[in-house]
Design a protein around this ligand. Structure first.
Ligand code: GLU
Length: 300
């Protein structure tokens, strides 16, 4: 489980192979790679492929090819999250022992039905920073007998983080409010410690029904295992740091610094998605653009 770390700064780019890379990924990868070089640090590539249903080998192969084309190089071996489920399961077990997670059998439909039954129109129900409906708490604190029954019936379940309890325990551990060190735009030009606001996520899923982890858990465990000292990633993942910091405290993992960078947008100012074909690296390459053109396009 333990990977080697050094005293050097360690940065990473951690794409999910569930689509083709676009200009936004190119910016993020170049940003981390150049910052690692400027700091005389290490640069790692990590393949975040826990979503075994959506990730495909051809997307992973394309990541290696596109990054190499951009002139980026990275250390070997590359950590592929799908090969390390045991590490995440161990972390989940630790959280379970702390009683900060609980099983949740809810389907998407059950969640929606519970919200509708509460009398609040779905469109008025609060959503987390990723756009998911805040969990209305069904299956939280259910009696032991009901829990056993559901398990005996073989109903599948996810694990949710009891966010209030987790925050309370994390604060009790540190004896202080939980904060993180941000070096990007949100810090306003000078590194700052910012407070976490995990309540924005409600009781977030920490291990999915189909795999014994989630983005939040896997990324937190891996950044620690790989000795990442400076996490650089898009501003869209800024709020996720609230959850990651709490997990770091609870799991007794080191705290990296964070630099959330601005996002590359299309002409209409929209965030690029994996289906944004005209901004796809493969398309741009096929249209005759060079790596230098790509750098220019992303403002590097
Ligand atoms: N795998 C995530 C993504 O592709 C990025 C994870 C991270 O940088 O923390 O959006």
């Amino acid at each position: 489980m333990q990977e080697k770390t050094s005293g050097q700064e360690t940065l990473r780019f951690a794409p999910s192979p569930n689509g083709w890379l676009h200009l936004g990924h190119a910016y993020s990868a170049l940003f981390a790679w150049e910052m690692a070089a400027a700091l005389h640090g290490r640069f790692l590539l990590r393949i975040e492929d826990i979503d075994t249903g959506r990730c495909r080998p051809e997307f992973e192969a394309a990541i290696y090819e596109d990054l190499a084309w951009l002139g980026i190089d990275w250390e070997q071996p590359v950590r592929r999250q799908s090969e390390h489920f045991a590490d995440y399961e161990q972390a989940l077990k630790n959280l379970r022992d702390m009683e900060v997670v609980y099983p949740c059998f809810a389907t998407r439909k059950e969640i929606q039905d519970a919200i509708i039954a509460s009398g609040v129109p779905l469109q008025n129900w609060p959503r987390d920073p990723d756009g998911a409906l805040l969990y209305p708490g069904i299956y939280k604190d259910i009696p032991r007998a009901k829990l056993n029954k559901l398990m005996w019936e073989g109903r599948t379940y996810a694990w949710r983080l009891d966010i209030a309890k987790a925050l309370q325990l994390a604060e009790a551990r540190t004896g202080a409010l939980i904060t993180f060190r941000e070096e990007g735009e949100s810090a306003g030009g000078e590194p700052k410690r910012l407070p976490v606001k995990p309540e924005l996520f409600g009781d977030v899923v920490i291990a999915r029904k189909d795999v014994p982890t989630s983005y939040h858990l896997a990324v937190t465990v891996d950044d620690a295992l790989q000795g990442v000292t400076l996490v650089t990633r898009g501003q869209d993942l800024f709020p996720a740091t609230y959850i990651h910091r709490i997990l770091q405290v609870l799991l007794d993992l080191p705290e990296p610094r964070y630099h959330h960078h601005g996002l590359i947008r299309d002409e209409e100012g929209r965030r690029l998605s994996k289906s944004a074909k005209d901004m796809g690296l493969r398309e741009l390459r096929a249209a005759g653009h060079s790596p230098a053109d790509i750098r220019r396009m992303v403002g590097l």
